[in-house]
Write a protein that binds this ligand. Sequence first.
Ligand code: ZN
Length: 124
Amino acid sequence: MNVPQDTCLVYLVHFQKPLAHAQHYIGKSNNIDRRVLEHRNGRGSRLLRVVSARGIDWDVVRTWEFSTSAEAGKFERQLKKKCKSARRICPVCKDEFYKREYELRKIRKAQRESLCFGEVHRAE
Ligand SMILES: [Zn+2]
């Protein structure tokens, strides 16, 4: 692969099971394969080491590519600040997140309709 030296990836790791209330890890690297291997070997990040130690499987589920490390770092900081919404950007959680939203909307709609029906019924 002919990747320029400066190319830097920001990556999102999703844990199969949440650890406390954390289920994601965001990091950056110019060599994602090597970095993942380090994580798998318990090096590089304390959080992932703990996650692995608990027998929780994890995967890199999304990456963003940047031409400089500085740009990647800026993006990484932005993501970390908004970490509460990591579910929205995670392809694994996103489905669950929006499925739940959809179910909730359906329930609310049904409640509204039954309410309307009740009013109509009373009016008769
Ligand atoms: Zn996720």
